[in-house]
Design a protein around this ligand. Structure first.
Ligand code: TXA
Ligand code: MG
Length: 338
């Protein structure tokens, strides 16, 4: 197969170092180029959303060098292990419950209790992950709304000014994103069709896995199930957005300076106990706020606050994605059955 010369050890080490430093690196996989960040680093993951200009914080796929490391972060069923034996390394992503001691940033799974994991077939991608020493959260390396890139040139066109390093590895063979299989419900489903087909899965494992409604527009033979749409993060607490004061019984999720924020009893925000007031970013930095979002909501939830007042977040750049998640979390609170 004709391909560009593989990057040498220096390029690989430079890319690995950039990743360890929390920077973004675009790298080839067998499907499409990924925009990678250290999946254990909240700030690094936040930079992915910033660079892509996504109006939403969607959960990302976390890439590993081998199945064993992937299964350390999730609770793998025997079907998951079977599929991994057959199709990893390769263009297949498995969605599984996060393991209790999962060290992946909650931002990478958009606050959900599930995690998408994959071991890419591209050797250069696995070498990079191994050398970086951390798993990589990586969506396709295109700006939001553009097509997924299959060459380093396309990546440079779309994101060149926003990322530090593109590891060039020639053209991606598959050219289509990985098959995404949801294994978190009693019935497994294919959420996104890809090169690993239901026929190949059935032949290899003896298990029939159908496309989820909407997963494959051409397959309408399966009934639609309302549980199959992507679940959204919802805290137990009720959120009140755009708050400019703190009501009785509320905790405060702050953003930026809190000088003007007072509680109903006249106390200043800075006099609230630490357990009832967390600041997404004291210096009003949207990337830092995104990095802290799910961790801080979870921390306030864990303290048992029934209500959380959230200060206004500017609706620009990454702020739009943060506000989108906050609005969904505000609408979803109390409706969660699990
Ligand atoms: O081939 C690929 O999968 C490429 C290369 C770079 O590996 N990556 C990719 O990532 O396509 P992205 O972020 O563009 O697509 C991830 C898909 C989305 O449809 C997302 O909603 C779904 O996976 N996903 C990720 N985590 C999920 C979760 N916990 N539950 C449900 N869906 C999830
Ligand atoms: Mg994509």
């Amino acid at each position: 197969m004709a391909s560009a010369p593989a990057p040498g050890p220096e390029a690989l080490e430079q890319a690995a170092r950039a990743l360890r430093d929390g920077k973004l690196v675009a790298f080839p996989t067998e499907t499409v180029y990924g925009l990678g960040a250290n999946a254990r680093d909240d700030q690094a993951v936040a930079r992915i959303f910033e660079a892509k200009g996504r109006p939403r914080i969607n959960p990302l796929i976390v890439h590993y060098a081998d199945p064993e490391s992937a299964f350390a972060d999730v609770a793998a069923s025997s079907l998951a292990r079977d599929l991994a034996r057959q199709f990893w390394p390769g263009p297949m992503t498995l969605i599984l419950p996060r393991a209790e001691h999962c060290r992946i940033s909650p931002l990478a799974s958009a606050g959900l209790s599930t995690l998408a994991v994959r071991v890419p077939g591209n050797t250069l991608a696995r070498d990079l992950i191994e050398q970086a020493g951390v798993p990589l959260a990586a969506p396709s390396a295109n700006r939001s709304g553009r097509i997924s890139p299959t060459t380093a040139e396309q990546v440079a066109d779309s994101l060149g000014d926003r990322i530090g390093f593109v590891l060039a590895g020639g053209r991606c063979e598959v050219g289509l994103e990985s098959t995404v299989i949801d294994l978190t419900e009693p019935t497994p489903w294919i959420l996104r069709p890809g090169a690993i087909t239901p026929e190949a899965i059935a032949a290899a494992t003896g298990v029939d896995i159908a496309y989820a409604a909407g997963g494959n527009e051409t397959d309408i033979s399966r009934p639609r199930s309302p549980g199959l749409t992507l679940r959204h993060y919802a805290p137990r607490a009720r959120l009140r957005l755009e708050a400019t004061e703190v009501h009785d019984g509320e905790a405060l999720l702050a953003f930026g300076a809190t000088d003007s924020i007072r509680a109903s009893d006249g106390r200043h925000a800075s006099e609230l106990p630490d357990s009832a007031c967390l600041n997404l970013s004291e210096r009003a930095d949207l990337t830092e706020a995104a990095a802290n979002l799910f961790r801080m909501l979870d921390a306030l939830d864990a303290e048992g606050h029934g209500r959380i007042a959230v200060m206004p977040i500017p609706d620009r750049g990454l702020g739009r994605a943060i506000n989108d998640r906050l609005r969904r979390a505000a609408a979803g609170a109390g409706e969660r059955s699990d």
